[in-house]
Design a protein around this ligand. Structure first.
Ligand code: DX5
Ligand code: ZN
Length: 222
């Protein structure tokens, strides 16, 4: 069965001097979600953007804002991003002491809760959390930087999580983030992902190329 995947462009690779226009451009180009990579300089080395930046770009798209919190402790930042316009808040078990409570807190804020697994975290970490999770994000690079090569080792984890989700019968979305391009997207789709996050592969060739870049990641010939 050919799975129809959704595409979540990561603003990490956009022109930071024009983030509003870039958000509008990828929405017009066919993005299904807007992925924001929030980095605090502590959980990962770079510092990228905060809740005020989310608030600023929110009016430029009617698509769900998929906020990837690479911050620690994540508990300190849920409310501010929820109030700034996040539709989904994705957190790392590696970034907090109490991942179960963290996901509960996201749900209490009325947002969809995502669980992000670093390459060093196995699929089994998700097992006790499926009741609280709306999305599982498989990091196919080590977090912190765009433009890194895809870790092929994560394909087995993606396939295993696909089976876990299907057996659970729960409507959990399976998302993959890092090194997604025309080539790796084929393998990731085959492994059972629902959403592909991409930065470098989408924000290239200029705004007029965004729609074709997105279509190719879906496996559609532009
Ligand atoms: C890593 C980031 C990147 C980004 C996508 O922390 O999460 O994975 O979203 O980067 P590309 O698509 O350039 O690999
Ligand atoms: Zn991300």
């Amino acid at each position: 069965m050919k799975r129809k995947v959704a595409i979540a462009p990561s603003l990490l690779a956009a022109d930071f001097a024009r983030l509003g226009e870039e958000t509008r451009a990828i929405t017009r180009a066919g993005a299904d979600y807007i992925h924001l990579d929030i980095m605090d300089g502590h959980f990962v080395p770079p510092i990228t953007m905060g809740a005020d930046m989310l608030r600023a770009v929110k009016p430029f798209s009617n698509k769900p804002f998929d906020v990837h919190l690479m911050v620690s402790p994540a508990a300190n930042h849920l409310k501010s991003f929820a109030e700034a316009g996040a539709d989904m808040l994705t957190v790392h078990p590696e970034a907090d002491w109490h991942i179960h409570r963290l996901l509960q807190n996201i749900k209490h804020l009325g947002k969809r809760a995502g669980l992000a697994l670093n390459p060093g975290s196995g699929a089994e970490k998700a097992a006790p959390l499926l009741d609280l999770t709306d999305l599982i994000l498989v990091m196919s690079v080590n977090p912190g930087f765009g433009g890194q090569p895809f870790l092929e080792s994560q394909l087995e984890k993606i396939a295993r999580l696909r089976r876990m989700i299907d057996e659970s019968g729960k409507p959990i979305l399976l998302e993959v983030d890092g090194g997604v391009n025309d080539e790796t997207a084929k393998k990731i789709r085959a492994a059972g992902a629902d959403i592909l996050v991409a930065g470098t592969a989408i924000f290239q060739g200029g705004e007029s190329a965004y729609a074709a870049n997105i279509a190719r990641l879906r496996g559609e010939t532009p």
